[in-house]
Structure formats: C-alpha cells, structure tokens
Design a protein around this ligand. Structure first.
Ligand code: PLP
Length: 414
C-alpha cells in the first residue's frame, strides 16, 4: 500500500495558502533516506553519495542533502554553477557530448571530472588541461542481467567507453601525469532489487584488479552511479539500502581487499532513490467528463510531470479528499492538446469530485525537473513540508512574464 507522507488536515492548510498544482517535498523523509544511505556504506571510510542534481535541481533540497553529508553530481555547466554557488566541495561532473566551455568551467571550480568517452581524454587535455584526478566511465556492451532477468541493454547506450578503451585510457592518463583515478558505470536504470549494486560492484571490482595488473594504475575510487530505484506500484516493495550496502561490502572484502585494493573509496550518484518517494504532485480536480471513458481533469498536466506521458510510467494516485468514495474506473488527465497527457488510464480510484485534492505519488525525482512549457503551460511552485510541520515555498510558480521574457520584438508589459 502507498500512503501519502502528509495528513489530509496538514495538506489542507498548505493548499489554503498555496494554489495548486505544486510539488511538495518531505524534508523528514529526505533526511531519513540520506542517513540510511550513509549508514549502509559506513563500512567504507571514503564513501560519498553524490546526489544527481538533475533529479531535483532545487537549492533548498540540495542544501538539505549537503547538511546530511552528500556531494553532488552534475551533467551541465548550469548544474555546476548552482552546486558551486551552494558551496559544495564535493562536486563530480559526469557529462557527455560535452562543450569545451563546460570542461573549462569544471576545471575552474575543481569539480571531479568523469570522462564519458576515450576521445574526451585528448579533448579535455586540449581545451582545459588534465586535472590531477580523472575518472572514466565504463560501458561493457551486451546486456546487463541479474540471473535470467535482463535489466538493461548497455550495448544500446550512448554512455561510457569499451573495455579496451578504458584500459588504454588509464595508460594514457598515467603517461600524461594524472595522479589519481576513478572508475564509473551506470548499467541499469530504476532497478528494484537488492542485487543490482552488488552485481555491478563485483563487475567493477574485478575490473579494478585487471586495471591494476594491466596498467599499474591503482584506482582511488569506484563510482556505482545511480540506478537503484523505487517501486512506483501500489505493491510498494522497496529496495533495502542496508542490504544493498552490505552486499557491496561482501564483494569488496572478497575481491578488492585480497588484491591490495582495500583503500578504494565507494561513491554513489543516486537521484531517484534519494528523492522520488519524498515528493508529491498536489493537484485539484477541475472537471469531470463522460464520453467513451470517464475523465477526471486536474489542474496539473504533463508539463509538471512528464514520466507518464513519456514512459507510460505508473504513478500512484490518492484522492485525499474522498479516500473512501465509491470506486470508479477513470482516466486522470491534464489539459495539454496531446492525448498522452494522462496521469492514469483506466485506473480504479475513489470517486473524484470537482474540487477534490489528488496526490500523485513518487514525484520527488525526475518530476519537476523534466518539466517544459508546451501549450504555454507554466512550471508549478515547489513547496517544502518542513520537519517542524510548517511549509514554505522554495520555488514560485512561473508567471506569464517568465514565459515571455526571452522573446524579442514582443513586450508583454506594453
Ligand atoms: C541520471 C543519473 C544518475 C541518477 O540516476 P537515478 O536513476 O536517479 O539514480 C546518476 N548518475 C548519472 C551519470 C546520471 O546520468
């Protein structure tokens, strides 16, 4: 069962103050998850979670994670700017198809660079010079499976470099005077199994041993990246991060320690696992419509949460105003002129009435951040539900002026 992180009464206070739709974040839950991740890897003295900024790029959220000891992983110069401005010391830069100016800026603020391509070694050296520390992103090709379950298809992924490029890369970097080395891989997305990280770790740990044998490079850190997911379904069978951390620990002791690599630091770049469950998209019912299906039209749309339209992703919905209403089978829709603007299709929900407040669950990561402005729809506010029970706006909703701000030859004010 999935239940909201906020009571009906507490939410009613917030909706009385702030108009819907908005993304609501649960500070308490965010802190608890960050602490659980840090505890799960406390066996590794150098462990650090570099939160994937793209999941929830809001400074207030990033500050909470910073207070919990996390660093940040950025993919673009704008994400780097935000992280640097927030005073993060531990910033990694995992980009691809990177602009020269972005490497220059990453070097300027001393972000730890994780190279996506073998070809980027020469490019980085040419445009910004090589730093003391360089990490390389690995793509083993083929399929990534756990037992008989195919989890993902690295061979179709644009990210990372091949095994041979990786070995050659460390050799090149060593000759060019790089002193400290990392290894990174992201091989499956949104996994709901305690075996993903340990299986990935074993693969990377064996590779670290091979790298040492073939190149003389003794890695300083291994970055397991993101990919530990959440169960969006009502079954709510979540990963157990303590079990995952212990699984990685066992592989570490089995593979790295006996090979003289027990100093290696473990890094992660979790986004979804850290934040997704701690966000709700709060929306109100505007209209009911009956044709060939029953439609519940809400004031949020795909611009506020793209995942259902883009991936046909399931997001659980709670009618917090009428939880015990008669069950009806409905489509929950936004207002975009696109028929994929549906938060739910043929979903059984308690009767929705005009004015009811609906909670769309698990929108804390890759929710607001994937937003866009189709149909002139504007991005919503973001609200923090504080640990002390209060709520405050941490991003205002866009206004028409924001939408018009970048146009030439059009002055909205006149
Ligand atoms: C997107 C991304 C992440 C975070 O992925 P999640 O699925 O949110 O955990 C981490 N690292 C890199 C390089 C990414 O692109």
């Amino acid at each position: 069962m999935k239940t909201p992180f906020i009571t009906k009464e507490a939410l009613a206070k917030i909706t009385a103050e702030f108009p819907t739709p908005f993304h609501l974040y649960d500070e308490k839950g965010i802190r608890e998850t960050a602490r659980a991740v840090n505890a799960a890897f406390a066996w590794n003295p150098g462990f650090k979670e570099y939160f994937a900024v793209k999941a929830t790029p809001n400074p207030t959220i990033l500050k909470i994670l910073q207070e919990e000891g996390c660093g940040v992983d950025c993919a673009t110069d704008v994400e780097l700017m935000m992280s640097h401005k927030l005073g993060f010391k531990d910033i990694s830069f995992t980009s691809n198809d990177t602009k020269a100016a972005e490497f220059v800026y990453a070097r300027e603020i001393d972000a730890m660079i994780n190279l996506d391509a073998y070809e980027h070694i020469a490019f980085l050296e040419e445009v910004a010079g090589l730093p003391q520390t360089v990490s390389l992103r690995y793509n083993p090709g083929g399929v990534f499976s756990l037992g008989t379950d195919i989890m993902d298809h690295p061979e179709e992924s644009k990210f990372g470099m091949t095994h041979d490029q990786l070995i050659q890369g460390y050799k090149d970097l060593k000759v060019k005077g790089v002193k400290s080395f990392g290894l990174h891989a992201f091989l499956a997305s949104n996994t709901v199994t305690n075996d993903y990280y340990p299986t990935l770790a074993a693969q990377l740990f064996n590779l670290a041993v091979e790298i040492k044998e073939k190149t003389g490079v003794s890695l300083d850190f291994i970055n397991l990246s993101g990919g530990v997911g959440i169960d969006y379904s009502p079954a709510n069978k979540q990963n157990d991060i303590a079990v995952i951390g212990e699984g990685v620990h066992q592989e570490f002791d089995k593979i790295l320690v006996p090979n003289g690599l027990g100093h290696i630091k473990i890094f992660t770049e979790l986004g979804r696992f850290m934040l997704a469950p701690h966000g709700h998209l709060v929306t109100k019912v505007l209209h009911l419509k009956d044709t060939y299906r029953h439609y519940v039209g809400v004031d949020a749309s795909a611009v506020n949460l793209l995942r259902p339209a883009m991936y046909d992703a399931y997001h659980h919905i709670t009618n917090i105003s009428n939880p015990d209403g008669n069950i009806e089978t409905v489509d929950v829709t936004g207002s975009l002129c696109e028929n994929n603007d549906k938060f739910a299709k043929n979903r059984e929900l308690p009767e929705a009435r005009v004015g009811d407040t609906l909670i769309i669950h698990d929108t804390g990561a890759h929710g607001f951040s994937m937003g866009y402005n189709y149909n002139g729809r504007l991005r919503s506010a973001e609200i923090l539900y504080q640990e002390d029970g209060g709520a405050r706006m941490i991003r205002r909703a866009e206004k028409p002026e924001d939408y018009f701000a970048t146009l030439y030859g059009f002055d909205f004010e006149k």
